[in-house]
Ligand binder design. Sequence first.
Ligand code: IMP
Length: 432
Amino acid sequence: MPGTCVVGLQWGDEAKGKIVDLLGDRFDFVVRYNGGANAGHTVVANGKTFKLSLLPTGVIRPHVRSVIGNGVVVYPPRFLEEVGRLREGGIDPAGNLALSDHAHVIFPYHMEEERLAESEASGKIGTTGRGIGPCYQDKVGRRFGIRVGDLLHADYLRDRLRYVVPFKNRLLTAFANGHADTLKPLDPDRVADEYLGYAEVLRPFVTDTSRLLQDAFRDGKRVLFEAAQGSLLDVDHGTYPYVTSSSSLPSGIPGGAGVPTKAVQRVIGVVKAYTTRVGRGPFPTELDDGPDGIGERIRKIGREYGTVTGRPRRVGWFDAVAVRYTAALAGADEITVMLLDVLSGLPELKLCTAYDCGGERTTHFPSDSFQLERCRPVYETLPGWTEDITAARKLADLPAAARRYVDRVAELAGLPVSVVSVGPDRAQTILV
Ligand code: IMP
């Protein structure tokens, strides 16, 4: 089964989209198996730029079949908006895009639930506000979950919403904690009418994607699994509770796409040459060094602002302890080092090789976030380079200091580097 997975080994936004794009021609299927419109990727096709959150990156390639697997949570207006934007740009995904009938659906009450939960200082996670967590909560809770396939059965959907919505209204009122006057109770029939309208447009895309993929494997097709978010945001193995609500590691593939465990043969781990994180949670190598500091400089040059929310990303040095941890969990065969050009011009660069946790030195990533909060990074310093490296197309084109930096990242991660990215353009890539 020649399946490949592209997965971020940090806290997301590692530029996985560029790697999927580079590999795009070598695959027949591109599959999303987790998350929803909390992800964000920018793709260029027909000379136009498309910002996608929910649709797989493969959707811009006419010969690639794109799949939204059962493990994804779907907000229909977003799906339709992204399909609409592609159509305006001359790309019609009909016939090329498949949406799992088992994927769960995000409703307005999910967004509202999240907005209220996030408006309280205690327990705030710093989410993207897209209703992701509450929808997954309903999925595993089973009492209120509604799947894409259910949208196609009008009577069932209406009955289900007449049961779910009044309960959600009561829940939201209780959640509003004295601000219930700011809430407008939802009307089940209006929600049903709205979603039945979406259902008609979704219908041609909806299918049993698990069977589709099993047939694809049987026919020897090449399948690429595209992880959303990063491994450190995985609900089980990330920095819980500051994580997303799905399994972003490749271990999420069998469940989230409905394929056998052995479907994945190759795992490509994507890392930035430094580290970023959006939202709350521990971040040992964070550069919190003010408006004139290195952190701000990297943020500006790397345009480190969230694709979905526009929030400034937190920025820090490369953390080899964290990457070794996620590379092992992901079973990464290789790494790709992205955004190396952003580090040009810094006199020296730091790499975190170990943590000092309360006086004890360790090279292991603590499995407990609260322990991680107390860990301080132990750095190794390497010389920087002043040259512009954006025109480099092979390793030999890089200044010696940049080559040394990449070599050291590979050595610390314990994996070979297969790609180095030196700019956003497809051409600004070194294939090692
Ligand atoms: P949620 O996925 O919206 O529930 O957010 C949970 C955490 O994951 C927050 O810290 C978000 O900022 C973060 N997060 C979710 N999606 C992404 C992503 O695609 N890139 C980076 N961070 C993300």
